[in-house]
Design a binder for this molecule. Sequence first.
Ligand SMILES: C[S@@+](CC[C@H](N)C(=O)[O-])C[C@H]1O[C@@H](n2cnc3c(N)ncnc32)[C@H](O)[C@@H]1O
Length: 271
Amino acid sequence: MKDTELVGVQKTLSPVLRAKALDNRLPHPILGDEYAERAMRRLDPDYDKRRFGTSQMGLVAVVRAKAHDDWARSFLAGHPDAVVLHLGCGLDTRVYRIDPPATVDWYDLDYPSVIELRRRFLPPREHYTLIDSSVTDLTWLERVPRGRPVLMIAEGLVPYLTETDARRLLTGVVDAFPTGQLQFDTVAVWAWRTSKWDPTLRRYGTQFHCGFNDPAALAEWHPRLEYVDEAPLSDSPVLMAKAPANIRRVYRLLNLLPGMRRATRIVRFRF
Ligand SMILES: C[S@@+](CC[C@H](N)C(=O)[O-])C[C@H]1O[C@@H](n2cnc3c(N)ncnc32)[C@H](O)[C@@H]1O
C-alpha cells in the first residue's frame, strides 16, 4: 500500500514516520519504535530502497518526538486521570510507545483518510479513540470527556494552521478543560515565509501558514495560559549522542547558520 490516498498536508506524515522507522535500525535508537517501522513498511514497502533510502538526516524529527514523549510521560505520571488529545497524529505511534494506564483516555485525531490508514495499519486499544476530523472544526471537542485534566499534543501540526485557527484551537481547548498541559511545536517567521519554496513541502503541495519568533508569547492568547519551557531540537544532547557521526557533523554546521537552530521550537504551556 502506497500513500497515494493521502493529499497535500496529509503526506507530511510520511517523512516523519520514515525517520522513526530508520531510527529503529540504529544500534542505540532514540525511540526504538517497532510499530513505526512496521507502519512505514505498510505505507511504502520500498521506503528504504531509493536514493538516500536509509539516510538518518531526518533524525531531528525523532528527537522532536522523544521530547514530546518525555513531556507527555511526566504529565501523565502526575495526572493518571487525564484525557489526551493527540492532534494531527498522522501515523505516529505515541500511544503504543507511552502505553498509558487504563485510567487515561487517549484520542488520536487527524483527517478521515489518515485515520483510515491508522485503522488498517495499527491495532486497536482499550481507552483509545480515533477521531476523523479536521482539527479546525472544533465540534470534535464535543466528543471528548470534560472535567478532567487534559494533555494536548500537537506535533508537526501548528505550522500548517493559520494563526487564527491555531488561536481558536488553543483557546478552545483551554476553555473546555479545568486544567492541563499544551505541548506543540512552531516554526520561525522566516521558515513560514520561505516554506512555499521548500522542495519537500512543494512536492506534497502544501506550505506553512503561520510562524512565531517568540512562541512563549502565545500564552497571551488566553488569561489562564502560562508558558512553561522549551525543549532543545537540532542541538539537543540526545541528537549529538545518538546520531551517526556524519549526521552530527551536518547538524553542527546547520546550527551555525543564523536562525537555523531555532527554526523549529518545541514549547510547553500549562493552565
Ligand atoms: C508533519 S505530519 C505530523 C504527524 C505526526 N504528528 C507525527 O509527528 O508523526 C502533520 C499531520 O497533521 C495533519 N493535519 C494537518 N492539518 C490538519 C487539520 N487541519 N486537521 C487534522 N489534521 C491535520 C496531517 O494530516 C498530518 O498527519
